[in-house]
Design a protein around this ligand. Structure first.
Ligand SMILES: [Zn+2]
Length: 128
């Protein structure tokens, strides 16, 4: 459905931003022991994910944007479909979804950030 060469494929499937085949995370997003932990390198094309020390600190900005998008989505949904909900109910919903989706948004922010700087290469061959 999504073109394999697009960055969206890598983001949706949370795969290597260069070859779109190797795994990006150590474990699944809701394994709380390894939440948001990125592998050292791709197991298919051997791309080193952390390009420099602290590379993924920039993902905080993406995470912030995703958090704001989540807040706006919940707020707009309440205004549109549940206008009787009070402010505290909406705050409760935002808090609930922020906590439940936090591991996923954390992983998503890192894969989006990596995709900003790393492009897809169809001929990404193993270098080892
Ligand atoms: Zn790869």
């Amino acid at each position: 459905m999504i073109n394999k060469e697009s960055k969206l494929y890598s983001i949706v499937h949370i795969t290597c931003p260069q070859c779109h085949e190797g795994k990006f995370l150590i474990s699944n997003v809701y394994n709380l022991k390894y939440v948001g932990d990125v592998r050292q390198e791709c197991d298919v094309c051997h791309l080193k994910y952390e390009r420099e020390p602290g590379f993924f600190y920039g993902a905080m900005y993406i995470s912030y944007a995703l958090g704001v998008a989540l807040f706006v989505t919940i707020w707009a949904s309440c205004k549109l479909w549940f206008p009787s909900f009070g402010a505290w109910t909406q705050i409760g919903l935002v808090t609930f979804f922020t906590i439940v989706l936090a591991p996923y948004l954390f992983a998503l922010s890192k894969i989006i950030y990596a995709n900003i700087f790393i492009s897809y290469k169809a001929d990404a061959k193993p270098t080892k």
